[in-house]
Design a protein around this ligand. Structure first.
Ligand code: NAP
Length: 276
């Protein structure tokens, strides 16, 4: 029987996941499809029960349900527990709902793909302390990337996050700005730069160190103002397309056992978003 998968969120119309997963199903000769499902916060419990009852084999979870879904699942792995966020659910053969989070690992895979070497990153700065930042920071730590500093508009959240890392520290945005030239890797995870309402930059990257790697996990636009300034300052820059594709590929692998072609997908999505 044809299998089906989904992504749940609110809003959901903008999601690029259905096209991405459907393309991978086709490429790999798998008889399955993937649909977007609009789920409002108050419908989440009913939606999870319905997806299971209707035979959905697995689904992705996006804003605003990544934490709220946890009580509705039967099993959640350590990584997702530490992050207090699930982005992928698999329905196991016995009906168990298993939740994990592929966002952070997806980011690290995309970073390794551009040649980042954990042994060459001594000082690392995370800008932002939201859900995406938590996943990325845990995954970077697991992959052996350097000493972690976290800066955020709400410094208390940066402090809470940094407490989870033995060598972690929290910096005010002002202190991070003053020390910007000491970081080998800077990861911008706030929503600043995503659209007109959120225009601007969280920090000015003009004074970064030579050869610093600068990542912004936003992918629409392909180059935020922050990333543009970092590129002009000589940084090796990376946008969020690779993270998006790899977090999806890790979910696809969990569901099907196959790691799909990510290079081709990064190219397709970049072209769709107006890049080359
Ligand atoms: P979130 O949990 O809501 O966190 C938002 C973060 O942005 C917080 O640190 C927040 O600071 C900061 N922020 C928001 N507006 C700000 C402003 N005007 N000035 C300063 N700081 C501001 O969101 P999230 O889930 O982590 O997602 C963050 C971004 O990552 C979004 O743009 C999302 O699209 C992107 N993302 C990309 C991928 C991918 O696959 N490439 C995956 C996940 C997320 P406060 O704590 O002070 O509020």
């Amino acid at each position: 029987m044809k299998k089906w998968y989904a992504v749940i969120g609110d809003p959901i119309e903008q999601s690029m996941s259905p096209n991405m997963h459907d393309a991978w199903f086709r490429e790999n000769g798998i008889d399955a499809t993937y649909i977007p499902v609009h789920v409002k916060a108050e419908q989440l419990g009913d939606a999870v029960a319905s997806l299971k009852r209707l035979g959905c084999s697995g689904w992705n979870v996006t804003v605003p349900h990544k934490s709220a879904i946890i009580p509705f699942l039967d099993e959640v792995d350590e990584e997702a527990k530490r992050m207090d966020a699930v982005n992928t659910v698999k329905v196991l053969d016995d009906g168990t709902l298993f939740g994990t989070n592929t966002d952070g690992r997806g980011f690290v895979r995309s970073l390794l793909e551009i040649g980042a070497d954990p042994n060459e990153v001594n000082e690392l700065l995370i800008i932002g302390a939201g859900g995406a930042a938590a996943g990325i920071t845990f995954a970077l730590e697991s992959a052996g990337f350097g000493k972690i500093s976290i800066t955020n508009r709400t410094i208390e959240k940066a402090r809470q996050m940094s407490d989870a890392f033995p060598e972690g520290s929290a910096l005010s945005l002002g202190d991070a700005q003053k020390a910007i030239d000491k970081f080998d890797l800077i990861v911008q995870t706030t929503s600043i730069g995503m659209n007109f309402a959120q225009s601007g930059i969280p920090l000015d990257p003009s004074g970064i160190a030579d050869n610093a790697i600068v990542a912004d996990i936003i992918y629409n636009p392909l180059e935020t103002e922050f990333l543009r300034l970092a590129r002009i300052a000589g940084g090796k820059t990376m946008n969020g397309v690779g993270m998006f594709v790899h977090q999806g590929a890790l979910a696809f692998e969990l569901w099907t056992g196959i790691y799909p072609d990510t290079k081709k997908m990064v190219h397709t999505i970049t072209t769709e978003l107006g890049g080359k």
